[in-house]
Design a protein around this ligand. Structure first.
Ligand code: ADP
Ligand code: ZN
Length: 515
């Protein structure tokens, strides 16, 4: 079968995406390849399709033992015979799988790297007897100590490469800076690998960074605005995971914790509930989410600054894998770098510590940048992105001059109707049709009474502040904050001109019901 036929038959997709087709072509020509593709781009297809085209077995090396079962189940469900081997299985189960691999009963075999060279029955020997067509190394950045997720077992894969000089190797990763990239090629002993570097842009993700003062309050407001969305809230420690999850529940959200201190059963159960949308929010340490295939994660919140851009990019990449809008919200404070520095300094290798500190400083710069965050991220990964993205907090602040004409006219008219004798608070009460005793019967009979009731009090406050800041409204006496129209305000109102104002973002603000 041709690759495109496999794609159609088993996956039901009509065409390949991005560089999938070129990667597959190279693999089928027995060339070593390195594919750098962002999360969600469809890395698995790049080795699963060749696995069905090639005559023998495809070995998939992955560090994520916890996910192998899910991946294999998913394969089997669409009719692709696959199995996994790991140390939690007893000897007879492992034998059974090896036999299947040997007699062609499966096309894909997933293993953790440690399983290849150790155990009573090292797989590398058995592989000689299996007709090995392709080796896919997933999460290939784990081979590099410059990466953020170094796993020593990965270093042994170089030996695997040498044991199978004729078999093509495909290394895949969603994240790798320049040093790590070079490392992948050399440490895996790849043979003149072809590089495939896809754009790392995730245009559907909105990036935001906020200071951590009152982070929980801001988080609650953020979640209130997204009552039907499901998402991940990352915390630094087990303790803060527990605390945040229970505070969220106390605030009426359904949230479950996930961290290494919970029993395996509980972790599995919580993860399952999240994946099945039975619970909307999972509060987790970064242990959660690696490779989890949940496409409708709408937001990823970091309550602390991640150690480096790679981690941040990878973790936020779990939002919006279905292509629909996703949001990344990061809370940070300068204290974060102190905590992280302490964690980094506990490592022994001096070079490594230095390298990690430099990476962390770049993360701090990302948090503090006053220019487009997406550009910063993409430049970090070596991509040019000259324009502003228009989809990050910095860009929003720069160019969100919204057309506030109708609302401004309402507010200015209310000020006039009230005889220019009241402050903003009272004007808002009238606009929103408040029943408060302060609002007199004659004010209730004004034409402006209640005309702004479908907008929150907060909205009107921000609009009022903007109208003051832009000089349309005057608040002359700070002790008696009575609003008056300026000449500019009168003129604009009379000429029916547009009010283009930069409104602060509404991302944390709760829409209140009318008072
Ligand atoms: P990655 O491992 O790169 O994060 P996956 O391999 O999990 O990404 O794929 C992400 C999603 O994209 C999956 O739901 C997958 O089925 C889908 N996908 C992959 N290739 C295609 C394609 N050619 N057309 C449509 N959807 C695809
Ligand atoms: Zn931007």
């Amino acid at each position: 079968m041709k690759p495109i036929e496999v794609l159609k038959k088993y996956y039901g997709y009509d065409s390949f995406r991005g560089q999938q087709e070129s990667i597959i072509r190279q693999v089928l020509e027995k060339k070593d390849c390195i594919a750098l593709m962002p999360t969600g781009a469809g890395k698995s297809v790049c080795y699963q399709v060749p696995a069905m085209v090639l005559p023998g077995l495809t070995l998939v090396v992955s560090p994520l033992i916890a996910l192998m079962k899910d991946q294999v189940d998913a394969m089997n469900e669409i009719g692709i015979p696959a199995a996994f081997l790991n140390s939690t299985m007893d000897i007879s189960e492992q034998r059974h799988v090896s036999d299947q691999a040997m007699n062609g009963g499966i096309k894909l075999l997933y293993v953790a790297p440690e399983r290849l060279f150790s155990g009573g029955y090292p797989l590398v020997n058995a592989l000689k007897e299996m007709n090995l067509s392709l080796v896919a190394v997933d999460e290939a950045h784990c081979v590099s100590q410059w990466g953020h997720d170094f796993r020593p077992e990965y270093l042994k894969l170089g030996a695997l490469r040498k044991a199978f000089p004729e078999t093509p190797f495909l290394a895949l990763t969603a994240t790798a800076d320049k040093l790590t990239r070079q490392d992948i090629a050399s440490r895996l002993s790849l043979n003149k690998p072809e590089w495939f570097i896809s754009s790392f842009d995730r245009p559907n993700i909105t990036y935001r960074v906020a200071l951590r003062s009152d982070a929980f309050g801001k988080l609650v407001d953020f979640l209130h605005l997204r009552p039907n969305d499901s998402g991940i809230v990352y915390c630094l420690s087990r303790k803060s995971v527990e605390a945040t999850a229970s505070k969220l529940n106390a605030n009426g959200f359904s949230a479950l914790p996930y961290h290494a201190g919970l029993s395996k059963d509980i972790r599995q159960e919580n993860q399952e509930k999240f994946i099945k949308d039975e619970v909307k929010i999972i509060v987790a340490t970064i242990a959660f989410g690696m490779g989890i295939d949940k496409s409708n994660v709408r937001f990823v919140v970091h309550t602390n600054m991640p150690q480096n851009i790679e981690s941040y990019y990878q973790e936020t990449g779990r939002a919006g894998r279905d292509g629909l809008p996703g949001e990344a919200l990061l809370f940070y404070s300068l204290g974060d770098s102190i905590t992280l520095r302490r964690m980094i300094e506990s490592a022994e290798n001096e070079d490594y510590v230095k390298h990690m500190k430099a990476k962390m400083n770049t993360m701090v710069q990302f948090c503090q940048t006053k220019s487009c965050r997406r550009r910063y991220l993409l430049n970090y990964f070596g991509e040019e992105y000259p324009q502003d993205c228009g989809n990050c907090d910095v860009c929003f602040q720069k160019n969100n001059k919204s057309d506030m004409t109708v609302f401004s006219q309402m507010l200015l008219s209310a000020v006039v109707r009230l005889g220019q004798q009241f402050g903003l608070g009272h004007v808002i009460l009238v606009l929103r049709g408040s029943q408060a005793a302060k609002v007199t019967e004659s004010q209730k009979s004004l034409s402006v009474y209640g005309i702004g009731k479908d907008r929150s009090e907060d909205f009107w406050k921000r609009l009022g502040f903007q109208l003051i800041a832009e000089g349309y409204l005057l608040q002359e006496d700070p002790k008696m904050p009575v609003l008056k129209l300026s000449d500019l305000g009168w003129e604009k109102l009379k000429l029916k001109e547009k009010f283009l104002l930069s409104m602060e973002e509404e991302v944390f603000k709760r829409t209140e019901s009318s008072t």
